[in-house]
Design a protein around this ligand. Structure first.
Ligand code: CO
Length: 212
């Protein structure tokens, strides 16, 4: 059974955590406060089972993070675009990781057409993705596997979208650009699956430079 902390626990835990950090390294917080130079930009799902730092065993200062429902990269999302621009141009991140996951509620709602309200509009690109690949996806007899495959397609579509942003265009032109990656977290095993990207196809389409 899942153990939930109380609200008061959170404040208490924070004190213990800060003390532990200081015991390990008295200069820890001074160093953190001095600035950030994270090597990774992470774009992940808002799902509470996706604590990106936990499952990569990374610490504060290592990941620059943007999260939203079903890890979408929308070319009209100012929030995402500002994060991306700052990460690439000011912080100079070396890697951009789009990280989705299996058992994603956003993907499932899009697949079933059950999302309502703002979420319905938000996950509509995944609904479109499903409809575009319906013939192939519906051939997968097991529905969980079908949803998993759609979650993978969603990640690949979002990596593709990242490459279409003006921020990445500028970076590609300059010749100094971060490496892009598409991951899915298999919640049932806790393992990351590093998806192969169709880079050859993207090169031919002119989406990414041939040097990538
Ligand atoms: Co999700």
């Amino acid at each position: 059974m899942m153990h939930y902390h109380s609200y008061e626990d959170l404040i208490k835990n924070n004190l213990t955590w800060a003390e532990e950090k200081l015991q390990q390294d008295p200069g820890y917080f001074q160093q953190l406060a001095a600035g950030q130079k994270p090597p990774f930009l992470f774009i992940g799902c808002s799902d509470s089972r996706m604590p990106l730092n936990s499952f990569t065993k990374t610490e504060p200062g290592e990941l620059f993070i943007h999260r939203n429902v079903a890890n979408q990269v929308s070319l009209t999302d100012m929030n995402l675009l500002a994060v991306l621009e700052y990460a690439v141009e000011a912080l100079g991140v070396q890697h951009i990781v789009i990280c989705g996951h299996y058992c994603c509620g956003g993907v499932e709602a899009a697949y079933r057409g059950t999302a309502t309200g703002v979420v319905e509009s938000w996950v509509n690109p995944i609904r479109e993705l499903y409809l575009q690949n319906k013939q192939e996806l519906d051939q997968i007899p097991n529905e969980t596997e079908r949803l998993n495959r759609l979650a993978e397609y969603n990640v690949l579509a979002q990596v593709r979208n990242i490459c279409k942003t003006s921020v990445m265009h500028r970076a590609f032109k300059s010749g100094k650009y971060p490496k892009v990656h598409g991951w899915v977290l298999d919640i049932k095993s806790g393992h990351i699956i590093d998806l192969p990207l169709p880079l050859q196809e993207w090169k031919e389409l002119g989406l990414v430079p041939t040097t990538i």
